[in-house]
Write a protein that binds this ligand. Sequence first.
Ligand code: GLA
Length: 362
Amino acid sequence: MSTRRFVLVMLAIIIFALSLVAQDTVSAKLALTPPMGWNSWNKFACNVSEDMIREMADAMVKSGMKDAGYQYVVIDDCWQVTRDENGNIVADPQRFPSGIKALADYVHSLGLKFGIYSDAGSKTCAGRPGGLGHEYQDAVQYAAWGVDYLKYDWCNTTTQDAKASYANIRAALDAAGRPIVLSICEWGKAQPWLWGKEVGGNLWRTTGDIQDRWAGKKEWKPGDCCSYGVVDIIDAEADLYSYAGPGHWNDPDMLEVGNGGMTDVEYRSHFSLWAILAAPLIAGNDLRSMRPEIRHILTNKEVIAINQDPLGMQGRACPKAATVKCGRSNSRTGVARWSFSTAARPHRTWLSLGERSDIRIT
Ligand code: GLA
C-alpha cells in the first residue's frame, strides 16, 4: 500500500471511530434530568390527529407549562396505519393530512420537542404496524421527520428477548444520527432497570399501565394483569431507587393529573410523589381545557425543582420513625417529604435527597 493510501485509510478509520464516540456521547447526554412533556394516550387513546397535537403544543406554551420545563409533545399509539410497498411506515392520511414532518416542524417552531411511538413487536398494542424487522428503516424515517423522543412498546413480541430488542432500536437510532430519547415501555416484565441503562434506554416503565385512580390493581380481563393506581405503582418503585440517575430513569408511567378520576388532593399527591421519585413528568390530560387548580399542580415550580434536581436521585420510602436516619444515610439533605397511610400499609414517608437544599416541600 502506498504511503498516501495508508494515510487515507488511517484517516477514514479515525473519522469512523470518532463518529462512534460522538454518537455514544450524544445518547449518553440525553435526559440528564427526568424528561418532561405531554403524551396523548391517557386521555385520548387512539383518537389522535394533527390538529389536536398542534393545539396541545400551543396549550403547553400558553398554559405556562413550557416555562415550567415541559418540552416533549409525544403522539402515542394509532398515528400509523400501514407500511407502503417499500416497507416505509405510513401515517394515517385522514388524521395527519400534512404529514408527520410538518407536525414535528410546528412543534419545533414553538421551541418544544417532538416524540412518537412504536413497538418492538410485529404490531403495536392497538394493532398498528410495529417496528420488528424495520428498526433501521424506521429510525432513518424518524430522524428525517425530526423526532426527538421515541416511546417503544412491548406488545406482540412473542419470543423476542427484551434486552436485545431495545439494544437493537437504540443502535438503529444512533446510526440514524439524530439524538433521540429512548423510552422503553416493557412494563417491567424483564426487569429493565437491570439492563435499560446498558442498552442506551433513557427511561423504562416499571409496571403495567397506570389508571386514573388513587389505589387498586385491576386485571384487564381474567388472567391478564393489570392496570394500577398511584399507590400500587409507587409500592412497585420503592426498591428501585438505586437504578435511577442522570440519563436513565425508572418510569412509573405517565401522569393522570386532571383526567377526572381522582380528587385534587390525590392529584397533588400523585404529582408530588412522581417528583420525589425522579420520575419522568409526562402529563396526560387535555391541556386546552384544564382547570386552574390542575394547571397549578402541573406547573408548581418548587415541586418540579425537586424532580429536576441535577443529582438525579430517586426518592425512597422510609418508615416514619427512621425518616431522619434515612435522610442522612448518604449525608445529603432531604429536600422533600410526602407522608400518607392506607389501610393496608403502615404509615410511610417518601423522602427525596437532593443538591438543592434551598428547596423544600413537606
Ligand atoms: C401499552 C402502553 C401504554 C400505551 C398503549 C398504546 O398499553 O403501556 O402506555 O402506549 O400500549 O396502545
